[in-house]
Design a protein around this ligand. Structure first.
Ligand code: DGL
Length: 263
């Protein structure tokens, strides 16, 4: 098979990365995607650097079995702690979600906010990536660990989510008008987030990552040449009926067959 026709491997700590797959399939409907969710070991957002890096390397190794032309680390936490190691180890190019999100954040006027898991915020990866582009940029980051379970519960538009989001987002100064959604789950909570902080420009790291994947394919990786809608293969390290239900909400389409991968 030519390189252009090979699959794009997408990896996440669980099923949240399906929001990134959704953005990829909207922008690049012809591409084949192989999604690997480490549902047996999620969440990554509360774990240490060493563990997240080790898990990321293992996930990259599993995806190599499918001979991807590119690997997308859809998980913000894994991008913060494991991307560099995986880029060194992987025979194919690897992109994460932080650089594209930081690129978009660096281009807006004024101070920016970043919300993510504890591990993402404490890594300061978004701060570093934004400051590499705009050294003087004011960045305010807040870890919002309770938002992940709320998204998994499907409480996207709910007074309880409003109250918790308000508690976190009120920690950001009033002048912050742009906020990076630095976690796979947060784009699903937009109804509550919009209500909590109206007139905010949200940077969806999944959407901007899909654009940067498009640029890589346009460059030397190449687009899949078959005209039919690209296949989506879902691999999980643990599967339950509940995961299917939540996953379909994140993906916005039926999950189809889910394959179990032994760790
Ligand atoms: N996928 C993770 C992220 O984007 C959120 C869930 C987790 O903590 O594993 O940071």
């Amino acid at each position: 098979m030519t390189r252009a026709n090979r699959t794009i491997g997408v990896f996440d700590s669980g099923i949240g990365g399906l929001t990134v797959v959704r953005a990829l399939r909207q922008l690049l409907p012809g591409e084949s995607i192989t999604y690997l969710g480490d549902t047996a070991r999620l969440p990554y957002g509360t774990k240490s650097h060493r563990t997240i890096e080790r898990y990321t390397l293992q996930m990259g190794e599993i995806l190599q079995r499918y001979e991807p032309k590119l690997i997308v680390v859809a998980c913000n936490t894994a991008s913060a702690h494991g991307l560099a190691a995986l880029q060194t180890a992987s025979p194919c190019p690897v992109v994460g979600v932080i650089e594209p999100g930081a690129e978009a954040a660096a281009q807006v006027k004024g101070a920016v906010g970043v919300i993510g898991t504890l591990a993402t915020v404490s890594s300061a990866s978004y701060d570093d990536a934004i400051h590499r582009r705009e050294p003087g940029k004011q960045i305010h980051s807040v870890a919002c660990p309770l938002l992940v379970p709320l998204a998994e519960e499907g409480w996207f538009d709910d007074p309880i989510t409003d109250a918790i989001a308000r508690r976190y987002l009120n920690q950001l100064p009033f002048e912050v008008k742009t906020i990076v959604l630095g976690c796979t789950h947060y784009p699903t909570l937009r109804p509550s987030l919009d209500r909590t902080r109206p007139n905010t420009q949200w940077i969806d790291s999944g959407e901007v990552t899909a654009q940067s994947v498009d640029n890589l394919l346009k460059g030397n990786l190449g687009y899949r040449t078959e005209s039919a809608r690209g296949p989506l293969r879902i691999l999980l390290t643990d599967a339950s009926n509940r995961l299917r239900e939540v996953g379909e909400r994140f993906l916005g389409e039926a999950l189809g067959n889910v394959e179990l991968v032994e760790l």
